[in-house]
Structure formats: C-alpha cells, structure tokens
Design a protein around this ligand. Structure first.
Ligand SMILES: O=c1ccn([C@@H]2O[C@H](COP(=O)(O)O)[C@@H](O)[C@H]2O)c(=O)[nH]1
Length: 237
C-alpha cells in the first residue's frame, strides 16, 4: 500500500457509488468506505467493491471497550478488506484486542487486514484539543504519543496529518504506515479539515498513503480530477 492515493467514498448509498465509479471503467482503485456508506449498505458494499477488484480501506474507527472491539474486528476480518482502523484514544489494551480479533477472524492461509489507529483527527485543532478534549500538550505531542501506543500494541500504522508523519516515523520506525487525510490542492476549499497539507508536501514528507475525498468525489469530472491528483502526488497506479 505504499504510495497509494485512497479515494474516500463518502456517498449516501451504493447507487451514488456506482455513478461515481462508472467513468473509471475497469480501473482498479484504492477506495475508502466510511461510516456514512457502511451504515447504509452494510457488508454488501464491501463485496460490491471487492468483486470489481478494488483495494479497500474500511474506515469505521472502532472505539469501545476492548472485548467489544475484539468481537467486532473478528467479524470485520471476514470481509477481507485490506485496511481497517480504530481510535488510539481507546488505549493500548483495546488496540491489542483489535488485532487479536482480526487474527481470529482471518481465514487460514490469508493475511489479516492491516490495522491502523487514528491519532488526532485531521479536523482537530490545537485549540479544540486543549479546550474540549482537555489534553494540555502540543497537538503533535499528542499525535506522537498515540502513535507510540499504537506501535506498542502491534498495530501497523496510524492515521495522522502529513505534518506529523516524519516525526512519527523517526520515533517508531520507517516501516510504520502513515495514512494521511486532510490533503488539499492550493485552490481547494478546506471544508471542515484543520491540519491540511498539499499532495506535494505529503509526497516530500514520505507518507505511506493520502486519503482524498471531496476534491475528487465532488468535482465536475472525477476522472480528470483523479489524474490531476495522481500527477501531483506521483502515485502508484
Ligand atoms: O483524521 C481523519 C480520519 C479520517 N478522515 C476521513 O478522510 C476523508 C477525508 O475527506 P475529504 O473530503 O478529503 O476531507 C473523510 O472520509 C474522513 O472521514 C479524515 O478526514 N481525518
């Protein structure tokens, strides 16, 4: 999954997904299914995308008591996605149990899905974290701390802003995945994102993958937009 561009399919239902994907014809993409689509369509959306040969990041950001997350991950492993995630704020024990669940649910002979942890959402600012989460440190310190917890728990990487990727890898190792949303072209609207970088910045920072949603999915010509993004990111097809 190194140097992938993951398209966030933040659509209301499968018919919107179908309309979006049709102009891409038979191209195989790395796609992300989040809460909006999964809560509407359930596991059927995963099958729909997998039979078309796409790679899948199931972005459900599990965050619950360890036993519940373990059982949920056991079920999710059966969907055979490439990548799943949890919130690091759930703690080291929860993350370890998530991995155990994934291993238990993975069919013999198959590789378990990779599992990464959300550090601080890219929509979180320094001020929001200090005042609302009552975490009294610098935001990048909190991100590094969560990344270390995820590494100790055995996870494969984190979701973070591209700003934080280099420091994370220096601290926990270069093979640790950094999957980065909050990416915009200079001309794009930032929307609700706070820790935003450009694809060039993310490329130079050596992040593992960028996640791009609205800039592609809401553009008038998504295929052209995807090409523009792949050129800027110099992504692997
Ligand atoms: O910290 C996070 C974790 C997940 N996301 C998800 O990525 C996409 C970003 O979409 P854009 O339209 O490019 O902003 C979206 O699906 C989020 O749920 C994130 O943005 N930040």
């Amino acid at each position: 999954m190194n140097h992938s561009l993951i398209i966030a399919l933040d659509f209301a239902d499968i018919s919107e997904v179908g309309r979006f994907l049709t102009p891409f014809e038979d191209r195989q993409l790395f796609l992300k299914v989040g809460m909006e689509l999964f809560y509407q369509e359930g596991p059927a959306i995963v099958d729909y995308l997998k039979v078309r040969g796409h790679q899948l990041f199931l972005d459900l950001k599990l965050h619950d008591i360890p036993n519940t997350v373990k059982s949920a991950m056991k079920g999710l492993a059966r969907l055979e996605c490439d990548l799943v995630n949890v919130h690091a704020a759930g703690g080291k024990e929860m993350m370890r149990e998530a991995l155990e669940g994934l291993e238990a649910g993975t069919a013999a002979g198959r590789k378990r899905p990779r599992c990464i942890a959300v550090t601080q959402l890219t929509s979180t600012s320094q001020e929001q974290m200090n005042k609302e989460q009552l975490i009294p440190v610098a935001l990048d310190e909190s991100v590094l701390h969560y990344a270390s917890l995820a590494k100790d728990a055995g996870l494969d990487g984190v979701v973070c802003s591209a700003w934080e990727s280099d420091a994370i890898r220096k601290k926990v190792g270069q093979s640790f995945l950094t999957v980065c949303p909050g990416i915009r072209m200079k001309s794009d609207q930032i929307d609700d994102q706070k820790r935003v970088t450009t694809p060039d910045y993310a490329r130079d920072a050596g992040v593992s993958a960028i996640v791009v949603g609205r800039s592609i999915t809401r553009s008038a010509d998504p295929v052209e937009s995807y090409e523009k993004w792949m050129n800027a990111w110099k992504g692997d097809y």
